[in-house]
Structures are given as structure tokens and as C-alpha cells.
Design a binder for this molecule. Structure first.
Ligand code: HEC
Length: 258
């Protein structure tokens, strides 16, 4: 094989490996084996499905937000998933935040503004643990990144409860879930399938809600994913064109010497 051919094959292989590797899920967790789901944001051409992210926001606000905070996401960030200013004002306006001190040195409560971060259901971590039998519901802003398995793990966890008939016995106040490392989790089954009435008319089911809220939490942890992938594609394209140009000029320079 000529060096030129080896070089071309090498480049092509590198690009293929680079493309196929992006989107492979990160390692396995300690819990039951996760089924790999297809996510709209998988792979190099993957993008967040906006309608799913919006439905997921609804599931988060109506179900998960009763117990979990989302402290790194501000209401105004919702512009990135297609909400306009008035819609965001309306969403934020349903919550109250503590602010202050005012001129008299007193703290006061006011309606949340688009610039506020998602309001936590608890005043502090101690209250959060106290209200959940001593188990602290983790903040969900970065949970997609913080757990091995990412989206597949969150989806597996939410759909993995076995209900009353489970043969597995766990301690009082805990629930059996094979996907949770150790198998016994302090979170009661959160989704049943009739938890929300979707604003966009989609029929709710447990799987649908779990998929949507997982997509939403993935966006919350990786809001710049789409932009990053777009840039990555541009860079790849640029490198391919540059390689072709360099190769052509190399042939031209060496033509008379061979
Ligand atoms: C009744 C309160 C409650 C509700 C509602 C609730 N959770 Fe939880 N959640 C908890 C508690 C408590 C824990 C901590 C469990 C533990 O450490 O055993 C937890 C833990 C988790 C974890 C982390 C599991 C891990 O690997 O550590 C995820 C992810 C999660 N919840 C997602 C959700 C989602 C998504 C929703 C909404 C569909 C939701 N939760 C609704 C109470 C709740």
C-alpha cells in the first residue's frame, strides 16, 4: 500500500471512530443492567426534542418539584426550550421566594421573577431530609451527569418500581427498585401514568412521563449540548476539507520528485 493510501484510510477510520464514539453511554451502574433507550439527543446528529423537554418540564413541576429542587436552572433559561417572556413570567409567578433584607432589615417574600432560580420545595437541606424520613432528595440539576448510565439510569429508576406485589422485602420506609444501587430506595414510586394532563395533548402514560422528564433533566444538565454538537460538526467538516487541501498540495509539491 502506498503511504498516501495508508494515510487516507487512516484519516477515514479516525473520523468514523470519532463519530460513532460520541453518544456511547458512560459506564454501568451498580444496580440492575440498564436497557439502552433511544434518545433524540444521542449521537453526533442528536438534538433535544423540544416538545419532549417542554412536556418534561410539566412533569417536573407537577410531580418531582414537590420533593426535588433544581437550583442551577433559572426560569429565564426556559427561553432556550421555546418559551416566551410572558409564558416564563406566568410559570415563575406561581412561586414565592424569600428576598431581603428590606430597608427595615427584614426578610420578605415576593413573587418569583424570570431571573430567579427554580424555587426549592424546602427551606434548607435539614428540612428536606426531615420531610423524607431522613433521606435527602438530591437536587436534580446535574443528576443526568452525576449518575452512571445518565438518561437510561433515570428512566430505568422511574419505571423500575415493582409495586405492592414485589417479592423483595426491604426495610420500612424504603421501596424496592432494582436499578437503584442496593435495590432499596427512599423515594416512593413517583409516576403512575395519570400524573399530568399534557398541555400539548399527548396521552400520558408512566413510560411517556418518564421519558419526557428524563429528557428535561438531560437538558437541564447539558443546556449547551445542541450548540456544542453543531460546533463539533463544523470542526469535523473543516478538518476534512483542510485534509483534502493539504493532501492535494502535498501531491503537487512532490510531483516532480517521485
Ligand atoms: C415524595 C417525594 C419525592 C418525589 C415526588 C420524587 N422524588 Fe425522587 N427522590 C426522593 C428521595 C427521598 C430520594 C432519595 C432516595 C435515597 O437516597 O434513597 C430521591 C432520589 C431521586 C433520584 C436519585 C437516585 C440516586 O441514584 O441517588 C432521582 C434521579 C430522582 N429521585 C428523580 C425523581 C424524579 C424525576 C421525580 C419526578 C418524576 C421524583 N424523583 C419525584 C423523593 C421524591
Amino acid at each position: 500500500m502506498t503511504p498516501a493510501r495508508t494515510w487516507i484510510i487512516g484519516t477515514v477510520l479516525t473520523v468514523i471512530v470519532a463519530i460513532t464514539n460520541i453518544g456511547i453511554a458512560n459506564g454501568a451502574s451498580d444496580g440492575a443492567h440498564l436497557t439502552a433507550q433511544r434518545w433524540s439527543f444521542d449521537g453526533i446528529f442528536g438534538r433535544f426534542d423540544r416538545t419532549a423537554v417542554q412536556r418534561g418540564l410539566q412533569v417536573y413541576l407537577e410531580v418531582c418539584a414537590n420533593c426535588h429542587s433544581l437550583e442551577y436552572v433559572a426560569y429565564r433559561n426556559l427561553t432556550e426550550i421555546g418559551y416566551n417572556e410572558n409564558q416564563i413570567k406566568a410559570i415563575a409567578g406561581q412561586y414565592e421566594v424569600e428576598d431581603g433584607p428590606n430597608n427595615d432589615g427584614e426578610m420578605f417574600t415576593r413573587t418569583a421573577q424570570p431571573s430567579d432560580y427554580f424555587v426549592s420545595p424546602y427551606a434548607n437541606a435539614m428540612e428536606a431530609a426531615a420531610m423524607n424520613n431522613g433521606a435527602l432528595p438530591p437536587d436534580l440539576s446535574l443528576i443526568y451527569k452525576a449518575r452512571a448510565g445518565g438518561a437510561d439510569y433515570i428512566y430505568g429508576l422511574l419505571t423500575g418500581y415493582e409495586g405492592e406485589e414485589t417479592e423483595h422485602s426491604v426495610a420500612e420506609g424504603l421501596y424496592y427498585n432494582p436499578y437503584f444501587p442496593g435495590g432499596a430506595i427512599a423515594m416512593p414510586k413517583p409516576l403512575y401514568g395519570d400524573d399530568v394532563e399534557y398541555a400539548d395533548g399527548t396521552t400520558a402514560s408512566m413510560e411517556q412521563e418518564a421519558r419526557d422528564v428524563t429528557t428535561f433533566l438531560s437538558w437541564a444538565a447539558e443546556p449547551k449540548l445542541d450548540a456544542r454538537k453543531k460546533l463539533g460538526l463544523k470542526v469535523l467538516l473543516f478538518l476534512i476539507v483542510l485534509s483534502a487541501l493539504l493532501f492535494a498540495s502535498k501531491r503537487k509539491v512532490w510531483r516532480d520528485i517521485h
